[in-house]
Design a protein around this ligand. Structure first.
Ligand SMILES: Cc1cc2nc3c(=O)[nH]c(=O)nc-3n(C[C@H](O)[C@H](O)[C@H](O)COP(=O)(O)OP(=O)(O)OC[C@H]3O[C@@H](n4cnc5c(N)ncnc54)[C@H](O)[C@@H]3O)c2cc1C
Length: 493
């Protein structure tokens, strides 16, 4: 049998492109994510035209083959070179490319018609919305409709670092994260999709006495909660990651049971399960308004028609604030850009996800060998902005090569950005807000991916009358008006 190669960098054949199309990944962004074509060093230069031709031949519409956004840097550049740039001299503007918001993608995609009515309409097909749909359907509530304005993985769920950790600073967050870790362990087998879950641990480096006190406080709580977290000195940290510069930190917090996943297949897994059980997922269907009657939403209005409903759940990530505003509901959420990058693949050398407390640097090694890492920028203003900046590359390169000098020779392949959905106390907004049947499942800052599997289970239990977990009292939006706010401070990035 001959193999017709579509993408030489990532070894993707034309047959794989055809299989993706047959499975419903029709638009170019989705085919790219499903097969991996165009994600190597040439960024699609050698394969884009070939795949476009093949998709057209298979019956894709012109709207579905809008070319994907090439990512900076245009050529692989070593971290050591980037570290010579002065971030302070580099602008924090919208960045390049200025991507259109995912929801502005043309919606001329052939989609099954919308139903006239659905019991539960979920706005947003990220991990939150899809996990909730799957969990509701698993509990027999199958008249569920997920409306996604773009393709699956367009939002933060398709742009994140895939970190899943139980090292938190409150018992509630530890409980949720541990449950998600358990679910990640089983996900591949139960959903029939490989998610590359790897428990290499998390190693938090504490460069100051204050940070050491912080990880010691947390570790005491972790031990009470049954985690294996230990505070270790630089010598022991070097046994975990020998390449660290031990002069840069005083102690480290290590939990060997934390892990990383490859995010994209989680969405395909949850969407597949939801649909197999009878729920409906409609991509390229943007919610543009809500019809209300008294204190209730009566229907969801989209760019493809109107759907009457009994319950609405807004799970639109960084867009949740603007979606809620369509129903006249104000949320305190502040969407803020967070940038991230991937390097060329290296031989396996790094077990844990490493994070430096204080400067927000984190990086881990994927199963394919690439380093995936990000770093928040305190100067970042509020806004749904997804362009990439040279300033981020310079800041990341300086911090990463300071933590691990040997990284200076490693080349950055691509950078991209997504948005954190930040709330005043770094905790999510869950439950009805403003209207009786208008629920929020948003405000997960930089940890929503790891919280989604556990929170979706609890949410589905609550919506199907199986009991209300305390998180829905703790994290209701009214806490801000009541002043009952307790801040989660163990945030990365
Ligand atoms: C760079 C980066 C790194 C991160 N790293 C981690 C990490 O390591 N671990 C972790 O747990 N979390 C991480 N996060 C956070 C995590 O990705 C998010 O908290 C999580 O993915 C949020 O999921 P969601 O489903 O709520 O939102 P999203 O995934 O953003 O999904 C919302 C969806 O709503 C759609 N939408 C918007 N408006 C409309 C509309 N009007 N109509 C219909 N659909 C609409 C969007 O297209 C989008 O697909 C990171 C985030 C970023 C940006």
């Amino acid at each position: 049998m001959t193999k017709q190669l579509a993408c030489a960098c990532e070894d993707v054949s034309l047959d794989e492109v055809r299989r993706a199309f047959a499975l419903g990944h029709r638009d170019l962004e989705s085919v790219k994510r499903y097969t991996g074509f165009g994600t190597g060093p040439c960024q699609g230069k050698s394969c884009l035209a070939l795949v476009v031709r093949e998709l057209l031949r298979l019956g894709a519409t012109p709207a579905e083959i809008v070319p994907f956004t090439a990512r900076a840097p245009v050529q692989p550049v070593a971290l050591g070179e980037l570290a010579t740039l002065d971030p302070a001299a580099l602008p924090l503007d919208d960045g390049i490319p200025v991507e259109p918001p995912a929801t502005d993608v043309p919606s001329a995609h052939p989609q099954a018609p919308l139903p006239a009515h659905a019991d539960v309409v979920i706005v947003g097909g990220g991990i939150m919305g899809l996990a909730l749909a799957a969990e509701l359907a698993a509990r027999g509530r199958t008249d569920v409709l997920v409306l996604e304005g773009a393709y699956l993985n367009a939002g933060a769920s398709g742009r994140n670092g895939g970190g899943v950790r139980a090292q938190w600073s409150t018992p509630t967050m530890i409980r949720l994260a541990r449950r998600s870790l358990e679910l990640c362990d089983r996900f591949a087998v139960e959903m029939g999709v490989n998610v590359w879950f790897r428990r290499g641990g998390y190693l938090f480096l504490a460069p100051t006495k204050e940070q050491v006190a912080r990880i010691e406080r947390n570790a005491a709580l972790h031990r009470r909660e049954g985690l294996r977290t230990r505070v270790i000195g630089p010598a022991e940290a070097l046994e975990v990651v020998p390449e660290l510069d031990a002069s840069r930190f005083l102690a480290a917090s290590h939990n060997p049971d934390d892990g990383v996943v490859f995010p994209w297949p989680f969405l395909w897994g949850y969407a597949g399960k939801a649909e197999a059980l009878g729920a409906r997922v409609r991509t390229f269907t943007r919610v543009t308004g809500f019809e209300t009657a008294g204190r209730r939403v009566a229907a969801v209005v989209t760019d493809r028609g109107r759907v009457a409903c009994d319950t609405v759940v807004v799970a639109a990530g960084a867009w949740s604030k603007q979606v809620a505003a369509l129903a006249g509901v104000a949320l305190p959420n502040r969407p803020t850009r967070h940038e991230i990058l991937v390097t060329e693949p290296l031989k396996p050398w790094l077990d844990p996800l490493v994070s430096v407390l204080g400067n927000g640097l984190y990086f881990s090694q994927s199963q394919r060998g690439e380093l995936v890492g990000g770093m928040g920028d305190p100067a970042e203003p509020e806004g749904v902005v997804q362009g990439s900046t040279l300033r981020f590359l310079a800041r990341f390169a300086r911090a990463a090569t300071a933590a691990v000098p040997a990284l200076a020779g490693v080349k950055v392949l691509r950078q991209w950005a997504g948005c954190y959905d930040v709330t005043p106390d770094n905790n999510p907004v869950l439950g009805p807000a403003g209207l009786d049947n208008f629920h929020q499942l948003s405000g997960f800052v930089g940890h929503g991916f790891m919280m989604a599997p556990a929170v979706a289970e609890l949410y589905a239990d609550w919506l199907t009358g199986r009991g209300k977990d305390e998180i829905f009292d703790r994290f209701g939006v009214e806490r801000f008006a009541r002043g009952a706010v307790s801040r989660e401070d163990f945030i990365i990035g």
